[in-house]
Ligand binder design. Structure first.
Ligand SMILES: [Zn+2]
Length: 229
C-alpha cells in the first residue's frame, strides 16, 4: 500500500488513503453531500409538482367555466406568493373578441389587482399551451414562470410551433414547466371536440340531458361572473 486510493478503500478504517490528492474521508464526505443534495432536489421537485398540480386543478375549473358557455375549454390562474390573484377562461365567442383568451383575461385581472402592468414574481398556470398572442403577453408582462397542462402541436408557442417564452434576444425569458395534469387537460379538450362533432352530425338527442345541465350551469356561472368582475 503506497498510500494512494486503490479502488475501493479495502482498509475501510484507514482515513488517510489518498486518491488524486484527496483522502478517502474527503471523498466519502463529498459523495454524502452529493447524495443529500440529490435527495433535497428530488424532494423539492416532488413538492413543486404537487403544488403545480394543485393550481392546475384550479385552472381546469376555469376551463369548465368556458365549456359551460360552449367555448373551447381553456382556463388559467395566476399565482403570486402562494395566492391566486387572478383567474381567466376562454370567452372568445361569448365576447366576440379575439383578445378574450383565458391568459389575457387573467393577465388583465392580475394587473388590475396589483395595480401594475408588471407581473413579476407571478406564475401562470394554463390548461393548454399558449398561442403566439398569449405567449407574447406573458413575456411582456414579465411573468416569471409558465406552467402548461396539454401541449398544442398546431398552434402552441411554448415549444410546439415555436418557443416565444424563451427567446434569448428578448429582454425577458419565462421559466417553463410542461406536462402538469396533461392527461386531464387534453382529455377535457378532446371530449369537447368529440361532442362538437357529434352535435354537427345531428346526434345531439343522445346528449340532451347533459346539455340542458350545462346550459343551466352556464347561466349560473354568468351570474357568478357578474359579481367576479
Ligand atoms: Zn392565446
Amino acid at each position: 500500500m503506497d498510500g494512494h486510493f486503490d479502488g475501493a478503500g479495502k482498509k475501510s478504517g484507514d482515513r488517510n488513503q489518498k486518491a488524486g490528492g484527496l483522502s478517502v474521508s474527503k471523498i466519502a464526505t463529498r459523495i454524502a453531500r452529493r447524495q443529500l443534495r440529490q435527495k433535497q432536489e428530488e424532494e423539492h421537485a416532488a413538492e413543486q409538482k404537487k403544488t403545480d398540480e394543485h393550481y392546475m386543478r384550479l385552472a381546469l375549473q376555469q376551463a369548465r367555466r368556458a365549456q359551460a358557455l360552449g367555448e373551447v375549454p381553456i382556463g388559467c390562474v395566476i399565482v403570486k406568493e402562494g395566492e391566486v390573484i387572478a383567474r381567466g377562461y376562454n370567452r372568445r365567442n361569448t365576447d366576440h373578441n379575439t383578445l378574450s383568451h383565458a391568459e389575457l383575461n387573467a393577465i388583465r385581472k392580475a394587473s388590475r389587482k396589483l395595480q401594475d402592468w408588471r407581473l413579476e414574481g407571478c406564475t401562470i398556470y394554463i390548461t393548454l399551451e399558449p398561442c403566439q398572442m398569449c405567449s407574447g403577453a406573458i413575456v411582456q408582462s414579465r411573468i416569471d414562470r409558465c406552467v402548461v397542462g396539454a401541449m398544442n402541436p398546431k398552434a402552441g408557442c411554448a415549444g410546439s410551433v415555436m418557443n416565444l417564452l424563451q427567446v434569448k434576444g428578448f429582454n425577458h425569458q419565462v421559466d417553463l414547466t410542461t406536462g402538469i395534469l396533461e392527461e386531464a387537460c387534453s382529455q377535457m379538450l378532446s371530449e369537447f371536440f368529440q361532442r362538437l362533432r357529434q352535435e354537427k352530425q345531428g346526434k345531439t338527442a343522445e346528449n340532451l340531458p347533459e346539455e340542458k345541465q350545462e346550459k343551466a350551469e352556464g347561466n349560473l356561472l354568468r351570474q357568478q361572473e357578474r359579481t367576479d368582475r
